[in-house]
Design a protein around this ligand. Structure first.
Ligand SMILES: [Zn+2]
Length: 693
């Protein structure tokens, strides 16, 4: 019986305020839960905050607060954000804002710890054991870093720095409890194998599989209380505090009542577990490797699935950062755009599993073209014409026998099942894409219905039909079909745009709400002729781009100034450095042999013991990104290359460098005596894979 559903966002670390990435995952989870509820499925939606660990302790200290006060402070911002964006319980959003400082969480976590401690691993060892750990630890990541995960210091006496945070790592050596993760590799691989949908999308699943195949190391899951006191104490050994990620992951089951009777009554662990976990790709390993291993060790059923989404980049494909001044501020977003427009934009714009791009101008353009000119216009023109030509009552869809010829004469398809069939097919596709969390494709499908209904109206020209008394029935049928299409659109779009969808519903004169209509049960023709329509009001007013952008820019100027000035644009090779004269000419055919393509750097890392080489993963718009080595390590910080558009020689024969296969070459200018490389790039937006000619 699949009559319940449980969806979670990650719980966010309470050391920084909410940003676009948090909002996005919450919108996705909210959309999923509304879609489930719409179909009558009892759904539980969790979001919240992860509030333990040394990083919170340090942030609290810095701010002169207790750790709990620090967490409360950050949580107040989350609560404000979820309320303003209509994602909280009061707006039909989450069922729990989970906080790991809740006493019931401590109780549930301790229960799971004990269960794991009692159990043996698949290889017959104790799942938890005490040992010593020594390593470089990043407080901000709350994890130990291996050699390829930190930046070696320039000066030997200094500690290495975290590649993610660029902050100094702590040398930590202490007694610690270990979770014997190394004994779970086969168990995990067999889960991935037998449940191909367990980790989505496919590309992420493959990454996880190869990580696990590479062998797993045991995890340190506690710190001495003398080092970290802000966390859940280890049961029966209070000198130890649980590792923050260990306790945080367990929130997904403690929130619904694992290990606590009161929560069990309120939500229901047996009722809702297992969950669908939505996560950003940056924390996939915790959710797809550690978390399932903890659950296997505790003898608990595994999650339904773990779905990793991409990151939001700026319109030029760069990572968003305060330094670059290209972040999207939630208060600016909230001030200038409707919630529905934001929801539509993020779900339409980010292709499932890939990174997406977010800019205010892009949002305005999409809101104007798809919403104001598209759905909004279809709705207002249809309803306005029903008001003007049909006395504000829904007309009949029946064209009498003796008027059929007249209708045909003005080009009307007298067989309404053509349109009905089209919409039903679109609905089926929509539901399927939605089930697969392919929101962008689902919305594309819905907009094919908008376009079809629009075209029907433009072809039929109701304003002309209205002038001819003999065409009264034809006019009625056209407007009925448009109105019925709107009813379907309102139901399909409810999970994505709840407010707009309810507005269309009530303007059609319908009762109740599209929130309770199962889209799979829609039947063409259920709109009742004669129903009085509601008050017609524009649903998506057009946004004045120039005016709004000017306001946004003014808002941003008064906002916090970025910590440092933005980077200067890429330098191009100066003329003095260019080759002085071309010595021999080639034919165009010779040039055509070189396949130059636009690529985008997905990741860049240094290669141990090779000072000059960077290992790049580059998206050429192909199925898989390419691995390409480039001799630019002395001039480019790997982090800064991520997101950049580059030119790739795509048909260069693959070759091996330092044991790595390089599947192409990055084009760069070279100047000066030492041949300093400067990577070729684009100042205008260009899709990955575009060919240079
Ligand atoms: Zn870090």
């Amino acid at each position: 019986m699949m009559n319940t559903f449980y969806v979670t966002t990650p719980i966010y670390y309470a050391n920084s305020l909410p940003h676009l990435g948090h909002l996005y995952t919450m919108i996705v989870a909210d959309t999923v839960s509304r879609a489930k509820r719409q179909r009558g499925i009892d759904t539980y939606f969790l979001t919240g905050t992860d509030e333990h660990g040394i990083n919170i302790e340090r942030a609290a200290q810095k701010a002169g607060r207790t750790p709990k006060e620090q967490a409360d402070y950050v949580v107040s911002y989350y609560k404000k954000m979820t309320s303003e964006f209509g994602l909280d319980t009061a707006h039909g959003g989450y069922d729990i804002f989970m906080r790991t400082t809740e006493p019931f969480h401590y109780q549930g976590v301790s229960e799971l710890w004990r269960q794991i401690a009692r159990n043996k691993t698949p290889r017959g060892n104790d799942a938890l054991y005490k040992g010593h750990y020594e390593g470089w630890f990043c407080a901000a990541c709350a994890e130990y870093k291996t050699e390829d995960e930190y930046q070696k210091p320039k000066n030997e006496s200094e500690p290495p720095t975290c590649l993610i945070h660029d902050t100094a790592l702590d040398r930590v050596s202490e007694e610690s409890y270990f979770f014997r993760l190394s004994d779970y590799d086969e168990a995990l691989l067999s889960v991935y194998e037998s449940r191909p949908d367990f980790i989505r999308p496919e590309s992420r699943r493959n990454e996880v599989i190869s990580f696990v195949r590479g062998g797993l190391q045991d995890l340190s899951v506690s710190r001495l209380k003398t080092s970290v006191s802000w966390g859940v104490p280890v049961p029966d050994d209070p000198a130890h505090t649980m590792y923050v990620w260990f306790d945080a992951l367990i929130n997904y089951i403690t929130a619904i009542g694992f290990g606590n009777e009161e929560r069990q009554q309120k939500a229901g662990f047996e009722k809702y577990w297992p969950a669908l976990h939505l996560v950003g790709k940056d924390i996939l390993r915790f959710h797809a490797v550690y978390w399932p291993a903890f659950l296997i060790a505790g003898g608990i059923e595994l999650p339904r699935a773990i779905v990793a989404h991409g990151m939001w980049l700026d319109p030029n494909g760069r990572k968003m950062s305060k330094t670059l001044g290209n972040t999207i501020e939630l208060d600016v977003l909230q001030k200038h755009f409707s919630i529905d427009a934001i929801r539509y934009f993020v779900l339409r714009e980010m292709v499932f599993g890939q990174d997406g791009r977010f800019g205010y101008e892009g949002l305005i353009d999409r809101a104007n073209s798809d919403l104001a000119k598209g759905l909004g216009n279809l709705s207002s023109r249809t309803l306005t014409m029903i008001g003007n030509y049909c006395d504000s009552r829904l007309p009949s869809n029946v064209i009498p026998e003796d008027k059929l010829l007249l209708a045909k004469r003005v080009g009307i398809d007298t067989d309404e099942t053509t349109l009905a069939g089209f919409i039903e097919t679109a609905r089926d596709q929509f539901v399927l894409h939605f089930e697969n969390l392919a929101f962008s494709r689902a919305l594309e499908t819905v907009w094919s219905v908008v376009a079809r209904a629009d075209k029907m109206i433009s072809d039929a020209k109701p304003w002309d039909l209205a002038k001819d008394e003999n065409q009264k029935h034809t006019l009625g049928a056209v407007l009925y079909r448009a109105a019925e299409s709107l009813r379907w659109l309102s139901v399909l779009l409810y999970p994505v745009m709840p407010d707009a969808s309810k507005a269309i519903w009530s303007q059609l004169g319908l009762e109740d709400s599209p929130a309770h209509i199962d889209p799979t049960k829609l039947k063409w023709g259920e709109l009742k002729a004669g129903t009085a329509i509601g008050n017609v009001q524009p649903i998506f007013p057009r946004i004045d781009k120039a005016k709004t952008m000017a306001e946004i820019n003014a808002d941003e100027k008064t906002d916090a100034v970025p910590d440092t000035a933005p980077e200067p644009p890429m330098k191009h090779a100066t003329e003095a450095d260019a080759v002085p004269g071309v010595t021999s000419f080639i034919e165009i055919d010779d040039f055509a042999k070189v396949d130059l393509r636009v690529g985008q750097v997905l990741s860049a890392e240094r290669i141990p013991k090779a000072d000059k080489l960077l290992l790049l993963k580059i998206d050429l718009g192909e199925e898989q990104p390419r691995q390409i080595l480039a001799g630019i390590a002395q001039y480019y910080e790997p982090e800064k290359l991520v997101g950049r558009k580059v030119v790739i020689v795509a048909n260069l024969k693959p070759r091996k460098l330092r044991g790595y296969e390089s599947q192409g070459m990055v084009v760069a200018a070279s100047y000066g005596e030492e041949g300093r490389p400067v990577i070729a790039t684009f100042t205008e937006d260009v899709p990955n894979g575009a060919r240079l000619k």
